[in-house]
Design a protein around this ligand. Structure first.
Ligand code: TNX
Length: 482
């Protein structure tokens, strides 16, 4: 049986030697883990890559080796997972591990626009994702249903655009201090924050305070399942009224609005100043109420402004159709088997000197039902996503003709149409987030232990850790829970 380490490391060599015994006083796995981490030796090896680490455990003790704090942090996460217990008490098996990530960008996205989530929930999500060696938190801060960040230069956006969430649930917004606290909390756990202001579609909340920048709403037939799930969806969202439905693709910025350029400069400039990470996401998805000409103009303008702030623009793959600054990053949300030319748009980013973040909707979206009985979640992209389906895909095989070097990484989005609180987040994340962690960090599918059988055995043995941490995971029948 493989050790219960997840994501699986680059190299694991079990040693034929007695384990490291921990004090029987450490009654829980986390107490034992805290003990072994506190007592582990630290060695700096400047020749290791930035996020790489080595770990050696023998009866005499544990040693963590890394070149950076991130490396030490990841060694600690692995060590925590290795803690086991038998009749004699807690122990860590004797092992030598050398590890480094496959991809530089390993993200999780949280949509705080459809349902607002307080800072404490975001911190809990950061804790959970950091433990699985993710290093980016993409915050979807604006959408039709809410503008969730109060800006000094445009306080009216949050003041008039954040009162509600989907279905009329309570809204909310983050102050600049809240946002900076999130950024700091993430940085302490080696995650960057990637803020996203979605445009030119998904802008109904923005239109509440800036009707002069916004087109008349149009209702598209897109995502009929979402329409059906939420009563009242068929009505055209009305100008000037907060939107509490879940339809997409009806709102748009107007490319010819005279105030658009200064507005975007102020808004994108302020979020760039608040964000130490290198990326700024401008959306670009599902602009079904925008003409191709307007789409190209607004996305071109917004990404140019982002580049002028010194940040790298990130946009959903549809933006591959627009003129973009060289090196812009595309986020692909089509299917594992691309349809409707989505792969073509993704390849345009690579042709433009940029790279790709892969988020195939039918594999890695976390907001999907596991099966028809899951009480929350959506099913629009090829039906529910079982744990096995979330696992069985290989990043390098999604977009033909894109070399591995052009894949910046992998990101698992959690849209929150049906997600009201942390309990709902935990149910949808765990265990599927483990599939995303392994796609982002581990060697390709087919290398040792990168198999569904190994994965489900390792996931099953992490269950007790999640129980202790109070994570209410989905007890999927696909997994043999320990
Ligand atoms: C599509 S994927 C969206 C979101 C929805 C999501 C629901 C993407 C870039 N846009 O607006 O929330 O589907 O799964």
């Amino acid at each position: 049986m493989p050790l219960a380490v997840l994501p699986w490391p680059a190299s694991v060599s079990p040693l034929d030697a007695p384990p490291l015994r921990l004090s029987p006083a450490a009654a829980t796995r986390s107490a034992a883990a805290a003990q072994v981490v506190a007592e582990a030796e630290r060695r700096v090896d400047p020749t290791l890559a930035a996020e790489a680490y080595a770990l050696r455990v023998t009866a005499a003790g544990a040693t963590r080796t890394a070149a950076t704090e991130a490396g030490f942090f990841y060694a600690k996460q692995t060590l925590r997972q290795l803690v086991d217990a038998d009749a004699e008490g807690p122990f860590v098996p004797a092992v030598e591990i050398r590890d480094e990530p496959r991809f530089a960008y390993r993200g999780v996205m949280l949509d705080v626009a459809r349902h607002f989530h307080p800072v404490s929930t975001i911190e809990a999500v950061i804790d959970r994702t950091a433990a699985l060696k993710f290093n980016a938190l993409h915050l979807h801060l604006t959408d039709d249903q809410g503008w969730r960040l109060a800006l000094d230069r445009h306080p009216e956006l949050a003041a008039e655009g954040s009162a509600t969430s989907i279905l009329g649930d309570p809204g909310g917004f983050y102050t600049r201090d809240d946002y900076m606290r999130i950024v700091e909390y993430a940085a302490e756990r080696h995650l960057i924050v990637v803020p996203a202001f979605d445009l030119p579609g998904h802008t109904h909340a923005l239109s509440l305070s800036h009707p002069e920048l916004s087109a008349e709403p149009v209702l598209s037939d897109h995502m009929s399942e979402v329409h059906a799930m939420f009563p009242g969806q068929r009505e055209l969202p009305a100008r000037g009224v907060p939107y509490i439905g879940a339809a997409v693709g009806f709102s748009s910025l107007r490319a010819d609005a005279p105030g658009l350029e200064p507005f975007l400069r102020e808004v994108l400039g302020e979020i760039a100043e608040l964000t130490p990470g290198p990326y700024l996401h401008i959306g670009g998805d599902e602009a079904l109420g925008t003409s191709r000409e307007d789409f190209r103009a607004v996305v071109g303008l917004a990404t140019r402004i982002v580049a002028e702030t010194g940040k790298t623009p990130v946009a959903w793959h549809e933006a591959g159709d627009a003129p973009l600054p060289r090196g812009s990053v595309g986020q692909y949300w089509g299917f594992v088997a691309p349809a409707d030319g989505a792969d073509e748009k993704a390849r345009a980013f690579v042709a433009n000197g940029g790279s790709l973040i892969l988020s195939p909707a039918d594999a890695i979206y976390l907001d999907r039902k596991y099966d028809e009985s899951t009480p929350i979640g959506l099913r629009w992209a090829n039906g529910p996503t079982s744990v096995e389906r979330s696992y069985r895909w290989e990043p390098a095989d999604v977009i033909a003709g894109v070399p591995e070097e052009a894949i910046l990484g992998v990101e698992a989005p959690l849209w929150t149409e049906t997600v009201r609180d942390l309990a709902a987040i935990d149910l949808l994340l765990f265990p599927r987030i483990c599939s995303a962690a392994e796609a982002a960090w581990s060697r390709p599918v087919g290398t040792p232990e990168r198999t569904w059988e190994s994965f489900r055995s390792r996931v099953g043995r992490l269950g007790p850790l999640w129980d202790e941490a109070g994570i209410g995971y989905h007890r999927s029948p696909e997994i043999d829970w320990a």
